[in-house]
Design a protein. Structure first.
Length: 254
């Protein structure tokens, strides 16, 4: 079996993927470039998944195009193109925040519209995970608390809901609490591990630096000793009234 066409196709796909997720040249730091590359990959994946989802929904259920959740999803999907272009211009932090907010709106407001997609509220895990990857701990906590508080506020303060709707809201809240707890625990655990590694690296660097200082001190001290010995020997040979000879192990006189 000739594998050359397959390998060539994989190579073209890899080059295409690298071109689509290449960070802008304006971003110079290695960590910043990795964040930009990750965000570009996420946006591209969301654009493709969103296109397939909207197309399949429009083909299988043409009447769904008039639903509010379809219109909301389409609007956010169109915004993804602008966010992708903004990342290509070097705006990584602001785009990550906007993306998390847009997905949060989609997966909290969308489920409570008429004829909405039933599993939609459980996708709230997506903005929570993205916030864990791309945002600070404070932003992650805000997203988790908002994701829990929004359905509770909807349940108790905004609209009177029946038993089925109330049960569904409680399922959403329970699921969100569980996911948020796991993500928060992982996020803070990862932060603690990174702080420990950073402390170990700093301690190792200080030890190496102290060793370098001690080595430099010993070299300087040994150099002073050699210079003093050389000066003593030079003084002895110059000022001595006697003849000084040196006999090597092979009996050569110098």
């Amino acid at each position: 079996m000739n594998l050359l066409p397959v390998l060539a196709f994989q190579s073209r796909l890899r080059r295409l993927w690298d071109a689509l997720t290449r960070p802008p040249a304006a971003i110079t730091g290695q960590e910043a470039r990795q964040d930009a590359q990750l965000l570009l990959a996420i946006l591209f994946a969301l654009i493709v998944i969103g296109a397939l989802t909207l197309a399949s929904q429009a083909l299988l259920n043409p009447t769904a195009v008039d639903d509010l959740d379809f219109i909301l999803t389409t609007g956010i999907w169109l915004c993804l193109f602008g966010l992708y272009a903004a990342v290509c211009r070097g705006r990584v932090t602001s785009v990550a925040s906007v993306l998390v907010v847009l997905l949060f709106i989609l997966f909290t407001v969308g489920p409570f519209t008429a004829n909405s997609y039933a599993p939609l509220p459980y996708f709230i895990v997506v903005p929570i995970l993205l916030s864990s990857l791309l945002s600070t701990a404070r932003a992650l906590i805000a997203i988790c608390v908002s994701a829990i508080a929004f359905p509770i506020a909807l349940l108790y303060f905004l609209t009177p809901l029946g038993y089925i709707e109330t049960h569904r809201v409680m399922e959403i809240v329970t699921y969100t609490v569980m996911v948020s707890g796991v993500v928060l625990v992982y996020h803070f655990h990862r932060s603690a591990v990174e702080r420990t590694r950073l402390h170990e690296l700093q301690t190792a660097y200080q030890r190496v630096r102290q060793s370098e200082i001690e080595l430099e001190r010993r070299v300087e001290e040994r150099t002073r000793q050699l210079r003093a010995s050389e000066l003593n020997w030079r003084t002895l040979t110059v000022n001595s009234p006697d003849t000084i000879i040196r006999i090597t192990p092979d009996r050569r006189v110098s």
